[in-house]
Design a protein around this ligand. Structure first.
Ligand SMILES: NC(=O)c1ccc[n+]([C@@H]2O[C@H](COP(=O)([O-])OP(=O)(O)OC[C@H]3O[C@@H](n4cnc5c(N)ncnc54)[C@H](OP(=O)(O)O)[C@@H]3O)[C@@H](O)[C@H]2O)c1
Length: 246
């Protein structure tokens, strides 16, 4: 009997959940619990961490999980690393469902950064107006450049004070479109965009808007996670679930 754990938090995970539900698969959807009102899923859903690698290995055993699909965000480095180690320990096959990285095209001005620190360094010294499109984590690192005004786009209203002295907060949940993102950047007089190379379509509009407005994008590269088989579509994941190759 197949019983799947789907690690979610992305548009891809929601698309896979829909197909799994339609095919009557026995699957559990897992959210970290970072947002106040996560998108509801057509699968039984659990919320919250597992308690590290050992906690996840224990969960796999207790729940009789036979396959794990890691469809977390490409920057969810800790969860993806834990999943590889826990699945190895428990002898449960794992695959990642990941979208390809975004590539710069004609007209793009991208400054590549290897990390959040690299992105902070890449910002100018003179005061700028920065669209910091990286979610709510890692904001404190940008306090090293307090001279800038930061536009933040967040899913939930922040509960605590933000670690940056000059901010505007826009509450919104993707997917976003080019027209809206262009208007947003114009309204706030944005001069620089900072983005994580998430890939996919839901958050790509800001890159097209930046290109159209002639703005530089500081693009943060993905963190490395231990090797695992990577699927690029719902169909590939479904085929892998039928015949896990590892
Ligand atoms: N990082 C981003 O930029 C980003 C953007 C959009 C969405 N997300 C989503 O937000 C969630 C958290 O991201 P993050 O960057 O904080 O991850 P992370 O740093 O890799 O994970 C930190 C801890 O959160 C728990 N966790 C993460 N994802 C989980 C999941 N799907 N189900 C259960 N527990 C989970 C795990 O706790 P335990 O060790 O206790 O198991 C994990 O060790 C992920 O599900 C991700 O898909 C992240």
């Amino acid at each position: 009997m197949t019983r799947i754990l789907l690690l979610g938090g992305t548009t891809e995970a929601s698309a896979l959940a829909k197909t799994l539900a339609e095919t009557g698969a026995d699957a559990v959807f897992s959210y970290a619990g970072r947002t106040a009102k996560p998108v509801s899923q057509p699968l039984p859903t659990r919320v919250g961490g597992f308690g590290g690698t050992d906690g996840l290995a224990g969960y796999l055993k207790a729940e009789g999980i036979t396959h794990v699909v890691d469809a977390t965000h490409p920057f969810a480095e800790q969860m993806s690393t834990n999943a590889v180690h826990a699945c190895n320990a428990a002898g449960v096959p794992l695959c990642a469902f990941e979208r390809p990285v975004w590539q710069a095209g004609d007209g793009d001005t991208w400054i590549h950064a290897g990390s959040i620190e690299g992105a902070v360094d890449a910002l100018p010294d003179a005061p700028a107006r920065v669209f910091l499109a990286i979610g709510k984590q890692n904001l404190s690192q940008f306090a090293a450049k307090p001279q800038h005004h930061y536009l933040l786009r967040l899913v939930d209203t922040p509960e605590a004070d933000l670690p940056l002295p000059s901010t505007t907060v826009e509450i919104a949940r993707g997917p976003f479109d080019v027209q809206g993102d262009t208007a947003l950047m114009q309204r706030h007089g944005i001069t620089h965009v900072v983005a994580k190379n998430a890939g996919g379509t839901g958050a790509a509009a800001k890159l097209t808007a930046a290109r159209d407005l002639g703005l530089p994008v500081i693009m943060i590269g993905r963190p490395e996670v231990p090797e695992r088989p990577v699927m690029g579509s719902v169909a590939e994941v479904m085929a892998w679930l039928a015949h896990p190759a590892n």
